[in-house]
Design a protein around this ligand. Sequence first.
Ligand code: SAM
Length: 282
Amino acid sequence: MNQFDPDKFKQEQKARWNQGARSTWTLWKETQVEDTPAKFFLELVPVRPGVKVLDLACGSGETSLQVAQLISSHLTTDSKDAKIVCVDISDEMLRVLNQRAQERGLSDIVETCCEDAEKVDFGPHYFDMVMSQFGVMFLPHLPEDLANIRKMMRPGSLFCCVIWGEEKDCHIFYAARSVVNPPPPPPGTPVSYGTKDKVMQALRKAEFSDVKAVEFQVVHETKDAEEYITLMSGVNKWLEKSLGEKGSELWQKLVEYCNSNYRTSRGTLQFPNVCVGITAVA
Ligand SMILES: C[S@@+](CC[C@H](N)C(=O)[O-])C[C@H]1O[C@@H](n2cnc3c(N)ncnc32)[C@H](O)[C@@H]1O
């Protein structure tokens, strides 16, 4: 089996998210029934003059922009230096974010930075909050990265992230995996689900205190099984490859699996998923 190569992994992530920034990621967000992850962050933002927030692996910024909007709605003339710094490895994701920030009149307080989250350095004690939604699971050296992040945070400020629960509780992924086996990743590859203990331990190792977790649900709803397959084939290239042509035997099997397990009375499909929100004090 191949050795895990962090640099290659990050280049693959960049390519994957650049490719999916508009179609797949837009569909992903459209199928999300209620924005419970964003709510988690919005309740934690320390809204005050000059506040500095870092969003790591911000993607196209649906949540960063909600945070920016909240901060902006509290801005007074003497607090123009408030900032939300949005970091992502994918320039395409950031292009979408910048466009949306402009459309919503938030460009003044939104700053984007196309960088590997493992390399960012904004100097000591700069941020009043660091957030990351479905991002930390892509970082190959999490304890070291968190230690680096903590140094950039004002002592006593809050780190918060949202990650996926166990795979069996995240049906948006589990449905496809119940029918098609993904190829095993090289050992050491960061995983997408069930990393609550790993993240909490990494935070403690990085000398954060008061590390806490809460669970909540995020539901995805697709029009039908075909839309589900389009969405998940964009998210997982191995799925697209394994399923082959529309209508193949495996494709049909996945359609049947989805229809028998997730169909609503309206004929749509609903996939319930457990998320974990983690907070820790720098
Ligand atoms: C699942 S998306 C989440 C995006 C956004 N936080 C949200 O929830 O809408 C993961 C994001 O992590 C970014 N990413 C992956 N590895 C990264 C790295 N090493 N540094 C910075 N961003 C990274 C991807 O480009 C992608 O935008």
